[in-house]
Ligand binder design. Structure first.
Ligand code: GLN
Length: 483
């Protein structure tokens, strides 16, 4: 039985499973064979779960009993910071080496209820800090379009898994773009929901007021299916919210799209990215949307605010990794010596940089100057978005300022790496939903070591909607993808 994985979507796989065209086990085998073939080169998975076939057989039993749901038997990948009971979970950090999840995250437990099949856990930047998957303790993941380039990050392994047919869809997490930017770099769809709509219970924390789990899939439709399966209020996360079906207009041809021109015309944005963005806008016009320029003067400060708020929360969240309760431990000559030895060797360079930054911006004397100022900027950005969404339904930008860059190109210059988040971070600061859909390709020079000449690299188009208006993005994303 050969299954055409290239054109497969969740809906198509579900229909084929119900019709008995193939079994969940055969579907899982098809993906496992691809993993076997490609993973060594791509380094997308850190671990393939031993019981993947068992899970698939269980799904087949459900299908036979007529109890299948849309995700029954659908092969998924999990970013290495989402807990699944009994499985290792490391957030791609040495400091969590050997740590096994003692419980299921809410997202995983909701997917288990549907009978989804988890194939394995995927590589990421250490504790989700990065835009390239290069800060992983387990080595970088490669972009499938050009092995000398990064897949984006921090959910790079998950995006590569979906782009290379190593899973039908995946769960990543997004604190400043970690689902959307790798999705853009790998030519797949990434969705960052309204803050709180998916429980953070069992997601290893980075910046708790910004973190959210998000689906990476081939299409907006698949993203919506996954989102619907895991969203909703959870008593185990007091920041989680119920997303009411809203009465907002959903007719794509009635939509008003805002373009924050001042934000797009900043230095450092690739010309080809802007050209492709303008083409995507033409597509929206053809769909009947009205397009207008808007000004959002404050969102250009979202990145600066993020690099204060996130390290502050991160340094608090990561204080628990002291060698006593989790994973890696290196003895020192005293209690303090234990902490220093464990945290110095257990965390990578980027993590240590951010831990120091976080402790600094929260320290007495600097708290007002940095942290409190950043929080005020955040409030201004939230207000700016709320105001903007009174005039337009959707705000569009490119997902990232450049296509995938070369491995090693930005590791020596953290600031240039941070700029990769310029378009994605405002949605996290503003707590609003954002969707990245593939929007064409650009040509660049390929891997010189293998002499592969020119390569085609995918780009992403980002649409953002008002708070809790997630459904609108799926509707527009679906129309955009079929146009
Ligand atoms: N590039 C962002 C960072 O380094 C991504 C974080 C994220 O979304 N997890 O912080």
């Amino acid at each position: 039985m050969s299954i055409d994985l290239n054109t497969l979507t969740i809906k198509k796989a579900h229909d084929a499973l119900l019709r008995g065209e193939y079994s969940a086990l055969e579907l899982a085998e098809a993906y496992l064979a691809e993993i076997e073939k490609k993973n060594e080169r791509l380094n997308a998975y850190l671990e393939v779960f031993e019981d993947a076939r068992e899970q698939a057989k269980e799904a087949d039993r459900r299908i036979k009993e007529g109890k299948a749901r849309v995700l029954t038997g659908i092969p998924l990948a999990l970013k290495d910071n989402i807990l699944m009971k009994g499985k290792k979970v490391n957030a791609s950090s040495r400091i969590l080496q050997g740590y096994v999840a003692p419980y299921d995250s809410t997202a995983v437990s909701r997917l288990k209820t549907q009978g989804a099949v988890f194939l394995g856990r995927t590589n990421m930047d250490e504790f989700a800090m990065g835009s390239s998957t290069e800060t992983s303790y387990f080595g970088p993941t490669k972009n499938p379009y050009d092995k000398s380039r990064v897949p984006g990050g921090s959910s790079g392994g998950a995006a590569v898994a979906v782009a290379s047919n190593l899973a039908l869809a995946a769960l990543g997490s997004d604190t400043a773009g970690s689902v959307r930017q790798p999705a853009a770099f790998c030519g797949v769809t990434g969705f960052k929901p309204t803050y709180g709509t998916i429980s953070r219970h069992g997601l290893i924390a980075m910046g708790s007021s910004l973190d959210i789990i998000g689906p990476i899939a081939k299409t907006a439709e698949d993203s919506e299916i996954l989102f619907d399966a895991i969203k909703g209020k959870d008593p185990l996360d007091c920041t989680s919210i119920e997303l009411k079906v809203n009465s907002q207009k959903l007719k794509v041809s009635d939509l008003k799209i805002g373009i924050p021109r001042n934000f797009l015309e900043m230095k450092g944005i690739d010309e080809d990215v802007l050209a492709s963005f303008n083409e995507s806008i033409q597509t929206l016009k053809k769909l009947g949307c009205a397009v207008q320029d808007i000004t959002l003067p404050t969102i250009r400060h979202a990145l600066a605010a993020y690099y204060i708020i996130m390290p502050a929360e991160l340094s608090t969240n990561l204080a628990r990794y002291d060698g006593v309760k989790y994973g890696f431990y290196k003895p020192g000559d005293s209690l303090l010596g234990d902490y220093i030895a464990t945290r110095t060797d257990g965390f990578g360079k980027e993590a240590r940089r951010r831990l120091l930054l976080g402790a600094y911006v929260l320290s007495s004397g600097y708290y007002d100057a940095y942290y409190r100022t950043a929080i005020s900027v955040r409030t201004l950005i939230e207000k700016e978005f709320a105001e903007a969404f009174k005039g337009v339904d959707v705000i569009a930008t490119p997902t990232a300022p450049t296509p995938a860059f070369k491995i090693g190109e930005k590791t020596k210059d953290p600031l240039s790496m941070y700029l990769a988040d310029i378009f994605t971070v405002p949605a996290n600061i503003g707590a609003i939903p954002a969707l990245s859909v593939p929007s064409g390709f650009v040509e660049r020079s390929g891997d010189s070591s293998t002499g592969s000449g020119r390569v085609r690299l995918p780009l992403g188009f980002q649409i953002m909607a008002g708070h809790r208006n997630d459904a609108l993005l799926f509707e527009l994303g679906k129309k955009f993808q079929s146009a």
